[in-house]
Design a protein around this ligand. Structure first.
Ligand code: FE
Length: 209
């Protein structure tokens, strides 16, 4: 079966104390791999099994979409973090974010507000549109910016399973730890180096709902 998830890019304890090893273990082994197993069962022997994950995200709905998107979203989430991350990005990226958001702190605030403001389970994203413009979006459940022609550059998982063992109900503390200590700026920069997606939304419309 072609769909796979890569190994974690660091050891399960590497994000501690910001995200503990037990959270990473359950999140990767049970949740992420669980989505993969369900996706495989849903599309086994069907034409969808030959599609790419991105195609499934763009074209499918219901259970196939949910599980395909959650496989993709979690792989992207693990890459979005690195031990000893956070802080300031390289000067080029810092300038780019400052141009788009006013300042790096304004970006941090906007990203944290999106992550804290998503009601229920979902994700917050830094994305690039087809014109090269950067913005912050949030999405519910498994939704992914690729559905709207936007290119994901960074994401945070704000489903409770991402933080409950470490922070209980205090999502904002998890979001602060992610922003201050875990963001993998090199990953953001490498995503920006790839070609922008063609097309994308015609209008700039605030939160992605
Ligand atoms: Fe998750």
């Amino acid at each position: 079966m072609k769909f796979e998830i890569p190994p974690l890019p660091y050891s399960r304890d590497a994000l501690a104390p910001h995200i503990g090893g037990e959270t990473v273990e359950f999140h990767y082994e049970k949740h992420h791999k669980g989505y993969l197993e369900r996706l495989r069962k849903l599309i086994e022997g069907k034409p969808e099994a030959d599609a790419s994950l991105e195609d499934l995200i763009r074209t499918e709905q219901g259970d196939v979409f949910d599980n395909a998107a959650q496989v993709w979203n979690h792989t992207f989430y693990w890459m979005s973090m690195t031990p000893a991350g956070g802080g300031d990005p390289s000067s080029d990226l810092l300038e780019r974010l400052a141009r788009s958001f006013g300042s790096i702190d304004a970006f941090r605030r906007e990203f944290a507000e999106a992550a804290n403001g998503e009601f229920g389970s979902g994700w917050a994203w830094l994305v690039r549109d087809g014109h090269g413009r950067l913005s912050v979006r949030k999405s519910s459940d498994a939704e992914n910016p690729l559905q709207r022609g936007l290119q994901p550059l960074l994401t945070i998982d704000v489903w409770e399973h991402a933080y409950y063992l470490d922070y209980r109900n205090e999502r904002a503390r998890y979001v602060d730890a992610f922003v201050d200590h875990l963001i993998n700026w090199d990953f953001v920069a490498s995503n920006l180096e790839s070609s922008p997606l063609a097309g994308g939304e015609a209008d700039e419309g605030g939160s992605d709902r």
